[in-house]
Every structure is written in C-alpha cells, then in structure tokens.
Ligand binder design. Structure first.
Ligand code: ADP
Ligand code: F6P
Length: 321
C-alpha cells in the first residue's frame, strides 16, 4: 500500500492522539503516505483532509481529545453513504484506512472493507465495551479521572456525614463503575450487568453506621446506563435517614492527558494496524487478548460476547463495609 487514511469516530477518548501518531509514524517509516481525515466518516464524505507528516503528529501524544476531531455520521449507517465513502477513497487514492473508535465505527469499517477498501479498527472508547478486546484506549485515563473526582467528593461527603451517589460514564457497560468503586472504597457499584437491591444496600449502610465506631459517610457508584441517579440518592436518603447527594461526573471523564497505559497501548495498537495494512490485510479489529495486542476478523470480533468482570464485582461486595 502506498497511501492510507486515519480517522477517529464516535465519542472521543484520551489516547486517540497517541494512536493517530503511531499510525502516522509507522506508516511513514514503511514508506507510505498518510492522510488524516477530520471528523470521522463525516469528514471522509465531506473531504476534510490533512496531509500527515512526522511533524503533524509532534507534541500530541500527551494531549487528550483527538486533534483530528470526531463525529457521529448517520449517513454512514447505510450502504449509500458507504459507497460515497468508497468513491472518495478512490478519488484520492486511499488504499487502506485505520478507524479509531467504537463498535459502530467498526461496522462502518467492515462495510467499507466489503467494497474493497481494507480497513482496520482500533478500539478507542472510555467504556471498554468492545466485545473482542480486553482493553480499549481511554479506559484507564477515564477511570483515573473519575477516581480523582470521587476522592474530592469524599472530602465533603465525609465532613457532612453524607452519602454521595456518583454516576460514572458507561452507557451500556459497568466496567468503569466497578473498578472505580473498588478504587475509591465505595459501598456499592450499581450496574446493568448485575441485579441490585437498594434495600440491601441501605440495610448494609445502616448496619455499618450503627456499629460501634461505625462509618458515617458513604459512596455509591452508579453506571450511567442504569440512570436514575437522583432517584437512587433520594431513595437511599429515605431508607437510611442519611443525607444523600447525587453527582453526575459526565464528560469530564472523557478529557485530560492520557495515562501511560493509554499512550503505550494506543501506540502498540496503532502500530499493529499499520503492520496489517502494509501486508494488504483489512477487515480486522486490533484488540488485546491475554494482555497482548492481536487482531481478529472484524465481523467475528463484533459478534463476540465480552464477559463481565464478575470476579471484580464480587471482590467489591466482599470488601465494601
Ligand atoms: P459511540 O459509541 O461513541 O457512538 P461508535 O464507534 O459506536 O462510538 O460510533 C458510532 C458511529 O459509527 C456512528 O455515528 C456512525 O458514524 C458510525 N457507523 C458507521 N456504520 C455504522 C453502523 N452500521 N452502525 C452504527 N454506527 C455506524
Ligand atoms: O461511549 C462513550 C461515552 O462517553 C458513553 O459513556 C456515553 O454514554 C456517551 O459516550 C456520551 O456521548 P455524547 O458525547 O454524545 O454525549
């Protein structure tokens, strides 16, 4: 391949810049030309291009967000849009494409691959909810940000003998919630993957509070997909008599400088994506399996089912009191 493209698509994630840098530098070292496509598939259809050279990606490895910008592109969900995308690739001589994003973005990459433009998906989303990979770029940074925020919340929660019910991101997944709950010493994580019982949580809190030298402040972490955070705080207050406040951490979790883990994994995955394209291989997703970067057929990868971190959930339950 002589010329490849790179884009970021869907919700941004810290470490996407590191992945774009790795893709660019790896491709340049293999003698390929690289085109940066702005705003995901939207920019492909609208021809929003940036010529990438080694210096274009200087000084971005430590920056959050994505300097290529990102977007969601409803038009690319149907084959008419994908065919337009293929025509644009042909027009500018793109022979391959690296798509950094979530599973929706990968579906688009699969469709484009089926039209003859080999695409490689690189998992970039803070939710860690891509089936075929143990790890997605941005997950570690987002969890660290959430932990930093909750540590701050704990100060005021403790001063007032209150309960803080904190919503963390994760539209369809509770991976952030469980890990963050463990890392902040929370009483409970409420996620979609495991049934929860507010009465039981409230009873445990009351028991802990009434013990000699017992605890007087509490943190409950709720995954965004569960929603109802305000209601949960109100119900906990009613059941326990402990004054409760709801806090939604929101998009702050998507920003900030990527952690070492995110920079390194993004670099490894971006590099691997280019190695595949250099061999003329497309329609693959790069992921992590048993702690090592690997790749898998795109459709097969999307069809996989990712086990929940039940073991971690159980550890939380057994150590939170
Ligand atoms: P997020 O979860 O942040 O929305 P995704 O990677 O799932 O991130 O991004 C969704 C985007 O992927 C859509 O807005 C659209 O641009 C693109 N996409 C392309 N093809 C599809 C498809 N078949 N289904 C869903 N999304 C698609
Ligand atoms: O998929 C990542 C994510 O941050 C989810 O956790 C969240 O539900 C969603 O994106 C928010 O999307 P938006 O940026 O469109 O509000």
């Amino acid at each position: 391949m002589k010329k490849i493209g790179v884009l970021t698509s869907g919700g941004d994630a810290p470490g996407m810049n590191a992945a774009v840098r790795a893709v660019t530098r790896a491709a340049l070292s293999k003698g390929m030309e690289v085109v940066g496509i702005q705003r995901g598939y939207v920019g492909l259809l609208n021809r929003e291009f940036v010529d990438m050279n080694a210096r274009t990606v200087s000084g971005i490895i430590q920056r959050g967000g994505t300097f290529l910008y990102t977007a969601r592109c409803p038009e690319f969900r149907n084959m008419d849009g994908v065919m337009k995308g293929k025509a644009v690739c042909d027009e500018i001589g793109l022979e391959g494409l690296v798509v950094i994003g979530g599973d929706g973005s990968f579906r688009g990459a699969g469709d484009l691959s089926s039209l003859g433009i080999p695409c490689i998906g690189v998992p970039g989303t803070i939710d860690n909810d891509i089936q075929c990979t143990e790890y997605t770029i941005g997950y570690d940074t987002a969890m660290n940000t959430a932990v930093e925020m909750i540590d701050k919340l704990r100060d005021t929660t403790q001063s007032h003998d209150r309960c803080s019910v904190v919503e963390v991101m994760g539209r369809r997944a509770g991976y952030i919630a469980v890990n963050v709950a463990i890392a902040t010493g929370a009483e409970a994580a409420i996620t979609l993957e495991r049934p929860y019982d507010l009465n039981a949580i409230a009873a445990k809190m009351t028991k802990t509070k009434n013990e000699k030298g017992g605890k007087h402040h509490f943190i409950i972490v709720v995954a965004e997909g569960v929603g109802q955070t305000e209601n949960i705080a109100r119900e906990i207050q009613e059941m326990t008599g402990i004054e409760s406040r709801a806090t939604v951490l929101g998009h702050v979790q998507r920003g900030g400088a990527p952690t070492v883990r995110d920079r390194v994994v993004a670099t490894e995955m971006g590099y691997h994506a280019v190695e595949l394209l250099a061999e003329g291989i497309g329609n693959r997703i790069v992921g992590m399996k048993d702690g090592k970067v690997y790749d898998i057929d795109l459709q097969e990868g999307l069809a996989m089912k990712k086990p929940f971190i039940d073991h971690m959930y159980d550890i939380l339950v057994d150590t939170a009191y």
